[in-house]
Design a protein around this ligand. Structure first.
Ligand code: CP
Ligand code: NVA
Length: 305
């Protein structure tokens, strides 16, 4: 049994194995029942403290397509946080379910859940990380452009939870990440500490978005205001506007650059509306691949490979 909590806690060998499994399943090359119905007789729980469209849909679809059952635990219909501890909730969930996908605010709670659980726990996003999204982004890049190793990935805007998972991925897959955003939204001490511990060369901070994007293989952004953030004052929005992804800005990257955004997007804010019709934009492939990669994350968590 394995937990999938953060990319930096899974070995490169296992991350590669998950993506290879996802490729095989996506290609439809395997037809044996034991493979395609591998979640038969199992129940996957989804417990989300925050809203979700893609993560919920893609996990539900992944489980159902692998022959399993899904149980949605609505936070307002269980005792967690209102008279029952996390420890007891985790123990109860372990009695009845085979796997649990959590979307929580506090990353510490995710680890506490995992500590008291006897079933695999999958991180479906916290305030600090979004590993299922970023592993899917690496998968999508590699599907379209080959190995991500040695490539230049540019993150524009706010160094948030998705960015932190990109840092973890940069170390795991050996690519270079350039952050470009206003000083106030630069990588946290924790993020810088992580990079320093591995090799500071994985990350460059470049205040000029044009210089940052030059020669990029992949450009990524995300909402400036995440679900756990408060609204930003106008002055911050004005500072961030310099880092908006536009067709003109993408023109400074390599010809074959890809643009990714985990979605939902605030169209016209971190990214211009017209990008969504640009052939360099692969947001729909990213979203679709969530299901394929998560099928393999679930299979790996259950020890099926
Ligand atoms: N990208 C992503 O995780 O989207 P949701 O918040 O809709 O799940
Ligand atoms: N950074 C965003 C990602 C949403 C999928 C958030 O946490 O709201």
């Amino acid at each position: 049994m394995n937990n999938f909590l953060n990319i930096n806690e899974v070995s490169q060998k296992n991350l590669e194995a998950i993506m290879e499994d996802a490729s095989t399943i996506k290609s439809g090359a395997v037809s044996e029942e034991s493979y395609i119905e591998c979640l038969k007789n199992s129940i996957t729980g989804l417990l989300f403290e925050k809203p979700s469209t893609r993560t919920r849909l893609s996990f539900e679809a992944a489980v159902l397509k692998l022959g399993g059952q899904v149980l949605n635990l609505r936070k307002d219909e269980i005792h967690l946080g209102k008279g029952e501890t996390l420890q007891d909730t985790s123990a109860m969930v372990s009695l009845f379910l085979d796997l649990l996908v959590l979307r929580l605010y506090d990353e510490k709670k995710l680890y506490e859940f995992a500590q008291y659980s006897t079933i695999p726990i999958v991180n479906g996003l916290t305030n600090e990380s979004h590993p299922c999204q970023v592993l899917t982004d690496v998968f999508t890049f590699q599907e379209l452009r080959g190995s991500i190793t040695g490539k230049k990935v540019v993150w524009l805007g706010v160094a948030n939870n998705v960015f932190q998972s990109f840092l973890h991925a940069a170390v795991a897959f050996n690519f270079h990440i350039v952050f470009s955003g206003p000083e106030k939204f630069q990588p946290s001490e924790k993020m810088l500490g992580f990079i320093k511990k591995h090799n500071s060369n994985f990350l460059t901070i470049e205040p000029n978005p044009i210089t940052a994007v030059e020669n990029a293989d992949l450009v990524v952004t995300d909402k400036w205001v995440s679900m756990h953030d408060s609204e930003l004052p106008t002055a911050d929005l004005k500072d961030l506007a310099k880092f908006r992804v536009t067709e003109k800005l993408l023109g400074f990257a390599k010809m074959e650059v890809l643009f990714m955004h985990c979605l939902p997007a605030e169209r016209g804010q971190e990214v211009c509306e017209d990008i969504f019709n640009d052939k360099r934009c692969v947001v729909l492939q990213e979203a679709e691949n969530r299901m394929h990669v998560q099928k393999s994350i679930l299979r790996w968590c259950l020890g099926l490979f």
